[in-house]
Structure formats: structure tokens, C-alpha cells
Design a protein around this ligand. Structure first.
Ligand SMILES: O=C(O)CCC(=O)C(=O)O
Ligand SMILES: [Fe+2]
Length: 946
């Protein structure tokens, strides 16, 4: 079964109406619009048990007499629910009669491979019941053979008649359990055997003494636990995703001595009646507007949601609208709901659904009208499995359209039908191909036979790149990349949905406007002779783009933006899924920005063309405004400057500007830095920038010698800081700017925000940011980076404060291993009158600078020698883009001009130990060593020079 091919045409409601809907959903069905309109007067009685709240529509209660009916949703989105109908069908004299029908022996089963005897009697009726590793053979469920069970079934059918999706379902399978006293019990389990109609509710009737019916989530945190005292005649209905999310049990009880019987009715696929003409028609309509079966919809919980098992919900109908248009009931209809009640609404909604489906069918038919398929061909599909990072292959038969129906700049699309071959047709029972079957397979392939009716035929769009498809291997890799990306995105979409559900439940905030999202599943189709396509399911509807790989945010939807940011955070800042586009929340064709060294497997090997790495992350973070969904998911805040907060509307950046920003990193030289005129800004007066706590440079002493650092400095956690620095770089280069009309000063570079981001990056210990900031704080000119910024001296009388700040920043950078910061710090310290401690620090840093420089020289020489040996001529430095780091990475901002080379540095340190530091431990010994080293090293270097 093509379970995975889910194509829905969803209609989008206005984002703004979402909070209201979310609110409704949380307490559904109680506050569903229909339920609210239909709710009758409350019934007398003890009221709902803990965890239960809602009452059911009056019409449902009518049929059941004056009994109470409650509903509990087991999770925040009401995907899993239970109904409780009190005193639905008291046992009366039937109890004794059915009791006498229990089998002579206790039930038996297998648990973890071991034979066990259950603490209860058990018998199935109507359909064999497979449980705990064995099958219980059923007795017939007829008036003659099981009159009591039969009687209950008759009553149940009356109830089913109220629920359109269930009314023609056959519930002719019942498991009866006899509990003789409190020692008899049933352990936790779910009623999720094979062969059940997916998501069709389970009906459990209790007779006899009161027991606790316990429901608990399978995974802690996935929903609520509920204990219900079930009395004689009570009916429990478990619906929606209940069996998937929850387990249930009848726990043993020391206090209970009475007898109890339970009857659970289930809906088996094998027992469903043939469809009537009308039903068939309805089903065909649904299927024609989306190649997904009604059963699959049920499996996805669409029919099980909220009260939709009982009424066709308008929201459900809306899902089938072909184009995203706001679907809402007319005022007139709403009034009639209020006035008249259930059945009208149900049928009106149904009518709307059918009309929508018909329209969708027409649309699809017209799209496929001039489909002129070529002969069917055998092909291999390859699906990517995220878990195993491998490919799964399958044989299919495809028919391609003879001409492309769509052409983009890089790709062309063909309509395609794909038939997944029904293996029963083509192979013998045991899996080995039957000779005759093989024959017919060949016959189909040769076009001699019609495609077999029973196999599934689905509609696809096959894509290939216009340019490259003749370069077969390349093109195959490209198709694979598409598939890998999309499957990855789908995986993250699932994580996103789960997280939204979890947070909605935990916080009690509801979904805060978050929609469930999905990506189309794609696969590679490979024809003989290595002709390759990537294929994805066909969707119709209005196609919208929500953000781009260049960081543009389009439109006001919150879900797609939150999703992109979620992928960044969830992946540990290793990747970010962008270019979110598709029909409503069914997306396709994403781009993944990633850091090549931090992802593994097939993703790492995938296409680099559209991956902008750090710059891609930075552009998105710069454009993205924090929204409700980010907050719901507790995604961390990425700080933006006060100017950005004020002037940056997500829509204020033009797409071209951003695309320019991303492209030019690769090919063109940076644009001329934006004209600054005679703009001068004092570093200490930039809004949002507070450097006062940095101004004590003695903080740098805390780290003493950089060599005392434990291990090498780890840049793993610096991705966010790199993003800040990249934003600063882009401002500096004039690649991005704020909306000028708002700020009222056209063509003025946005220096304030650039500085803000440098400071953010410096606070996160990014060495180049510390050095950049030190440069901005210094009193020298710095034409290379944000020349408009002045350090303290000219405007600030307190000169020493400025020097302190510079030293503190350099000290921190030095401690983090920035070589030139070490030497520059030493040079600065030695220039003034320094204390002993300061001199010692300078000596330590200078020594380490020398050692590192020597190390680098040695490594360089070794590499050169190696290259000479292997005679590698190729210069493979073909303008490689560093995706892992910001474009100012390893820049020293003028601090490299400190006047020391390794030898000079060594001599200078020696001088210090001979002079002002001669009191230091082992001073003279160290001085001698350093002098020796400087002489040894200097010789070969001088030889070389001459
Ligand atoms: O005795 C009960 O009410 C529980 C029965 C049950 O869970 C089952 O038959 O699967
Ligand atoms: Fe059960």
C-alpha cells in the first residue's frame, strides 16, 4: 500500500483566525461550533468523572434515553478521545445468562514467548481474535449462538446510525471478558490488532460490578491518564488515535468481589459490506481530488478527530477544497444551525464536501486531459530512508507523458503514472515468482496487456533538470539530492509537529497558530539506460512560497518561518531548512543550508550549489521576527539591534537584495562599501551597546597564560556568534541595509546594527569579533572595517578607559587562542608602564605567539615538501567558499601589525626575564632557553633568505 503518498488539498483559513480555532480544538468536542450550537440542557446526575468534560450533542443522547454522555480528549489536540455513556445498556437478567456462557477454563495466551494463563475468562464472537501471540477462535455472533451479545450489537447499531462515517460499518466482532472478583484483571494493552479498520472507534460495554477502566499514554508526556469507574450498563468508546497514543487496562482490585462482564466491539476490514453505488461514488470523488484513500485519511486521524466521527465537520470538508479559499459557513447557515440542530448541518456540510470534491475532480481531470502517455516501462524507484541513511528499491511500472507540462529555469516536469506492482499478481504465494505470473509481467512490459486493475495507480510529477539530464551520472546524483533533501525535511516536519503537540499540551497554550505541516514524499525513478527522474505526488491548489534560501520572508504566515528556525535549533545549529513552499502546509522543494563538516551521511555529500552555510543561516536569522510559534516551541531568542527591531519589517528587504547578498559571496568581489559620507559614530553611544563591564582589562588576567587553556579551543558552539559576525560583515559591505524610507536617512550605512552584532558575537567569545571590537574601540583609524566608528578618545575624555577596553578585548581573544591578539596585547602592555603581573602576562602571551608561529612555519614547510614530492601541480584552491565560517573569519583587523616575528618575540621575552621579570621563578634559565631557541631557529631562516 502506498501509505506514504499523502496528498491533500488543504484550504487555508486566515492565520488570524487560528488562535480561535486552536482554542476550540483544545476543548473539542465540547466547544466545537456545532456541538456548542447543539448542546442540550445538562442532565441531572453526578456529572462527568475526572478528566471528562464535554457533553455530547442532544441528538446522540436522544437515542440513548436520558443517560449522561461525556467526552474526554486524551491529548491537547483531541486526536485521541474517549466517550463515556452512562447506563447505556444495563444488563438486567441478561447478566446471569451471559455469565453462564463463559468458557470452562481461564483464557490463555503468550507473553514474551511464554505460555501464560490470564486472570479472566475470554471468548471472541463473530471474528477470530488475535492477541498475545495466539488466535482465539470465535463463536458465531448470531441470535441463536450468542443471544446476549447479539442483543447488544442491535443496540450498538442504533448508535452507529447517528455517525455518518460509521453507519455502514459492520461491528460484528466482539470479545467478551468475564471477571470473577477483583483478582481477575486485564493488563495494559491497545486494541490495535491487524485487520481492524484504522481509527474506527472501539466500543466497550460493562456489565455487573463496578471496576476501574484505566487509560494511560504509551509514552509519558504524550497525553493524559484517565481513570473511569465503569458501572453496569456503561459504554466506553475509544476513538481517534486512542489506540495509537494510549493503552488501557482493568487493574486488579483487592476491594472488589463481584463479577463483571465486558463486551468490546471492533470493526474488521474483512467484515465490511460491499459499498453501495452512492458510497462508491462518494469515495471515488474523495479519491479523485487526492490520491489518498479514505482509509488512509482515517489512519491519519481525519475522521477520528474531535466529533467528526459523529458529524461531518465543516473543517473536514474544507480540507478538500481544491484552492485555498477561506471556508466558512455562511451567516445564514450559522443561523439555521442555531435554530434547527444537527442533521441539517451534517448534510449541508456533506453537501459542501461533495461539491468541493467534484470541483477538485474536474480540476484534476482537466490537468490530466491531454496526458499522452508513452508505453509503460519497467522502472526502479529508490526511496531514501533517513533512519538508515540508505536507499530502498522497488520495481514499478511507469507511464510518462510524451511532453513536458511545465518548464522552469532549471527543471522540466512531466506527468507520470506509476503503478506499484501488486506482488501477489506477479509472484507466487510464498514470494517466489510464479512462472505464469512472470509471463504476464513480461506481457505488460511489452505493452501486450492492460495494466492490471488491482494494482494501485497514482499520479506523479516527474522532474529532471533541463541542462544536465544527458550527463547521466551527474543528473542521477542531482535527483538523489532532491530526494534526500525533501525526505530530510519531511523528517524534521514530523519532529516539528510532535513538538507543537507536546508543547501545546504541556504549556496549556494550545497550538498558538501552529499548523501541522508535511513535505511531499519524493523518490528517484530510474528507467533502463540510467535515465533518471525525481518524482513527487501531484498536488493542485495555490502554490505559495514562504521564505527563500536568500533569507527573504514572504507573507505573514508564522508556521513556515517557525519551522525553518526550529530546524536550525533542533539540529544543534548544523543545518537549516529553508525555501519553504507548497500548497497550504504541504511543502515541497526545500533547500538545506548546512555546515558540511557537521553533517554526516548522504546529506553531507549532497549538492552544495544552494547551500550558503553560515551566510544562509545569518540571512534568515536577520530577517526572521520572533513569532507565537517560536515562543510556543521555546526556541531561543536571536538578538537583533534596537534599530533592526524598529525599522525592519520582514517585508522590507527586497528579494533581489538578499539574493545578491548570497550570490556575491561566491563570485564577485564585495561591493564598494556603502557610502558613509562624513558619518561619525561614537562606539560608546551606539544604542543597544553597553561595554561598561568590559572596561576592566584585568579581567583578562583570570585566564593567565593561554597555554593553560585545557585542550584546544572548541568552535562548536560558536555557530550563532558566527551568524552575528556575518550579519555585521554584510552591513559593512553594504550588502544588506535597513529600510531607508523609515529611517529617513537614505544611503546611510547601518553602522549601529553592525556594531551591535559584533558585540553580540564578542560576548559569545568569537575571537575575531573580540579583535574587531578592540579595533573599533582603539584610537587608530580602521578603514578596513566600519571606519565610521570612533573609539573613546576624541569624544571621551577618559582615555585610560578606552585603553582598558582594548586590552580587555585583546586579552580575551588571546586567551581564546587568537595568535595576533597575543602579540598585539603584549605590544600594547609593553608600551605603557606595566605592573609585574601585566608584564608576566605579556611575556606568557608573547611566548605562546612565538611558539604557535614556529609551529605554523614548520607545518607549512612540511606541506611544501610533501607537495614537491608528489608533484601536485593542480591548484585546487578554485575559489572555495568557506561555508562554515563568517566572511571575517580569522581576520585580525590590523592587530597583526604588532612588530613581532617569532624570533623577535622570543628575544623580547628573554629580555623580559633578564630584566624586569628576573625575580620570576627560573627566570634566568628560561631566558637562556629562549635565547638559544631564537638563535637556532633564526639560523636556518637566515640561510634560506640568503
Ligand atoms: O474489560 C474491559 O472493559 C476491557 C476490555 C478490553 O480492553 C478488551 O477487550 O480489549
Ligand atoms: Fe482492550
Amino acid at each position: 500500500m502506498a501509505k506514504d503518498q499523502v496528498v491533500l488539498e488543504l484550504s487555508s483559513e486566515e492565520e488570524t483566525s487560528e488562535p480561535q480555532r486552536a482554542k476550540r480544538r483544545r476543548v473539542a468536542p465540547k466547544d466545537g461550533p456545532l456541538a456548542r450550537a447543539l448542546r442540550g440542557a445538562p442532565l441531572p446526575g453526578p456529572g462527568p468523572p475526572p478528566g471528562f468534560s464535554a457533553e455530547l450533542p442532544a441528538k446522540v443522547k436522544d437515542v440513548m434515553g436520558a443517560n449522561e454522555a461525556f467526552c474526554a480528549s486524551l491529548d491537547a489536540s483531541a486526536d485521541s478521545w474517549v466517550l463515556l455513556l452512562r447506563k447505556w445498556l444495563p444488563s438486567g437478567e441478561l447478566f446471569e445468562r451471559l455469565w453462564n456462557r463463559h468458557p470452562p477454563d481461564l483464557g490463555k495466551g503468550k507473553l514474551f514467548g511464554k505460555e501464560v494463563t490470564f486472570h479472566r475468562y475470554q471468548q471472541s464472537f463473530g471474528a477470530d481474535y488475535a492477541f498475545s501471540g495466539q488466535t482465539a477462535h470465535a463463536h458465531p455472533l448470531t441470535r441463536q449462538d450468542a443471544p446476549e451479545v447479539w442483543h447488544v450489537l442491535q443496540q450498538l447499531q442504533k448508535l452507529l446510525a447517528l455517525a455518518p462515517p460509521l453507519k455502514d460499518r459492520n461491528y460484528g466482532a466482539c470479545l467478551v471478558n468475564w471477571y470473577d472478583g477483583g483478582k481477575h484483571s486485564m493488563g495494559f494493552h491497545s486494541d490495535d490488532e491487524r485487520g481492524l479498520v484504522a481509527a474506527a472507534p472501539i466500543f466497550a460495554i460493562s456489565w455487573g460490578c463496578t471496576r476501574t477502566f484505566r487509560l494511560a499514554p504509551k509514552k509519558a508526556g504524550d497525553g493524559h491518564k484517565v481513570d473511569v469507574e465503569v458501572h453496569d450498563g456503561d459504554l466506553i468508546v475509544m476513538g481517534g488515535a486512542c489506540q495509537r497514543s494510549h493503552k488501557h487496562a482493568i487493574p486488579a482490585s483487592a476491594k472488589t468481589h463481584g463479577r463483571r462482564i465486558s463486551l468490546t466491539f471492533r470493526c474488521f476490514q474483512s467484515q465490511q459490506p460491499g459499498e453501495s453505488k452512492k458510497q462508491k461514488h462518494q469515495r471515488a470523488l474523495l479519491q479523485s481530488c487526492c490520491p489518498i484513500s479514505v482509509d488512509q485519511l482515517q489512519a491519519r486521524g481525519f475522521f477520528g478527530r474531535h466529533d467528526s466521527t459523529w458529524l461531518w465537520r465543516p473543517a473536514l470538508a474544507a480540507m478538500f477544497l481544491p484552492a485555498p479559499r477561506t471556508f466558512s459557513l455562511s451567516e445564514e447557515t450559522k443561523a439555521s444551525i442555531k435554530a434547527r440542530g444537527t442533521s441539517k448541518v451534517a448534510s449541508a456540510a456533506k453537501e459542501k464536501l461533495l461539491r468541493a470534491a467534484r470541483k477538485a475532480r474536474q480540476q484534476i481531470q482537466s490537468q490530466w486531459r491531454d496526458f499522452q502517455p508513452e508505453d509503460p516501462k519497467l522502472a526502479t524507484t529508490r526511496r531514501y530512508d533517513v533512519e538508515t541513511d540508505g536507499w530502498v528499491e522497488e520495481q514499478v511500472m511507469i507511464q510518462l507523458d510524451s511532453k513536458a507540462f511545465g518548464k522552469g529555469a532549471v527543471r522540466e516536469c512531466f506527468r507520470m503514472k506509476e503503478v506499484r506492482l501488486d506482488t501477489r499478481l506477479f509472484s507466487g504465494e510464498g514470494g517466489s515468482p510464479h512462472p505464469r505470473a512472470r509471463l504476464s509481467f513480461a506481457a505488460v512490459a511489452a505493452g501486450l496487456m492492460e495494466l492490471p486493475r488491482s494494482s494501485r495507480r497514482t499520479l506523479w510529477v516527474a522532474k529532471r533538470s533541463i541542462e544536465d539530464h544527458h550527463r547521466k551520472i551527474m543528473h542521477r546524483r542531482e535527483c538523489e539530492t532532491d530526494v534526500i533533501h525533501q525526505t530530510f525535511a519531511k523528517h524534521y516536519a514530523e519532529l516539528f509537529n510532535q513538538e507543537v503537540h507536546r508543547q501545546a499540551l504541556e504549556t496549556g497554550l494550545g497550538r498558538c497558530g501552529a499548523h501541522d505541516i508535511d513535505f511531499l514524499l519524493t523518490h528517484v525513478v530510474e528507467l533502463p539506460e540510467r535515465v533518471t527522474f525525481s518524482a513527487e505526488a501531484f498536488v493542485s491548489g495555490e502554490y505559495l512560497k514562504h521564505n527563500t534560501n536568500g533569507g527573504s520572508i514572504i507573507g505573514a504566515r508564522t508556521t513556515p518561518q517557525a519551522f525553518s528556525y526550529f530546524t536550525f535549533v533542533k539540529s544543534g545549529r548544523r543545518l537549516m531548512i529553508v525555501d519553504i513552499q507548497g500548497v497550504v502546509d504541504l511543502y515541497t522543494d526545500p533547500v538545506i543550508h548546512f555546515l558540511p563538516s557537521k553533517v554526516s551521511g548522504k546529506l553531507a555529500g549532497a549538492d552544495m550549489e544552494l547551500n550558503f552555510g553560515i551566510r544562509g543561516f545569518a540571512l534568515f536569522l536577520w530577517s526572521h521576527r520572533r513569532n507565537d510559534v517560536d515562543q510556543l516551541l521555546k526556541l531561543p531568542v536571536f538578538s537583533l539591534s534596537p534599530h533592526e527591531e524598529k525599522y525592519l519589517e520582514p517585508t522590507s528587504r527586497t528579494v533581489t537584495q538578499l539574493i545578491e547578498a548570497t550570490k556575491s559571496r561566491k563570485s564577485q568581489p564585495p561591493p564598494q562599501q556603502a557610502e558613509g559620507g562624513d558619518l561619525v559614530l561614537n562606539l560608546h553611544e551606539i544604542p543597544g551597546v553597553d561595554l561598561s563591564d568590559w572596561c576592566d582589562w584585568h579581567g583578562a588576567f583570570a585566564h593567565r597564560s593561554a597555554r593553560a587553556r585545557s585542550g584546544s579551543f572548541d568552535r562548536e558552539d560558536l555557530v550563532e556568534a558566527e551568524c552575528h559576525m556575518e550579519i555585521a560583515a554584510m552591513y559593512h559591505e553594504g550588502r544588506i541595509t535597513l529600510r531607508e524610507e523609515d529611517r529617513g536617512e537614505p544611503r546611510r550605512p547601518e553602522v549601529e546594527s553592525a556594531v551591535f552584532h559584533v558585540v553580540e558575537a564578542a560576548r559569545q567569545d568569537l575571537p575575531e569579533a573580540l579583535m574587531a571590537l578592540a579595533r573599533l574601540a582603539s584610537q587608530e583609524e580602521h578603514p578596513g572595517f566600519l571606519p565610521q566608528v570612533l573609539g573613546a578618545s576624541e569624544t571621551n575624555a577618559d582615555d585610560s578607559k578606552g585603553r582598558s577596553l582594548v586590552l580587555a578585548l585583546l586579552g580575551r581573544a588571546a586567551t581564546l587562542g587568537a595568535k595576533h591578539a597575543m602579540a598585539a596585547l603584549a605590544a600594547e602592555v609593553l608600551r605603557g608602564d606595566a605592573s609585574q603581573d601585566e608584564l608576566q602576562l605579556a611575556a606568557d602571551h608573547l611566548e605562546e605567539f612565538a611558539m604557535e608561529t614556529l609551529e605554523e612555519l614548520r607545518a607549512k614547510e612540511a606541506k611544501a615538501a610533501e607537495q614537491e614530492e608528489s608533484e601536485e601541480e593542480e591548484e585546487d584552491d578554485e575559489e572555495e567558499v568557506d561555508q562554515e565560517h563568517n566572511s571575517l573569519h580569522r581576520r585580525s583587523f590590523g592587530w597583526e601589525v604588532h612588530g613581532f616575528d617569532a624570533w623577535q618575540a622570543l628575544r623580547r621575552v628573554a629580555e623580559l626575564y633578564e630584566g624586569p621579570l628576573k625575580e620570576a621563578p627560573d627566570a634566568s634559565k628560561r631566558a637562556a632557553e629562549l635565547r638559544q631557541l631564537s638563535q637556532d631557529g633564526a639560523k636556518p631562516a637566515e640561510e634560506k633568505r640568503s
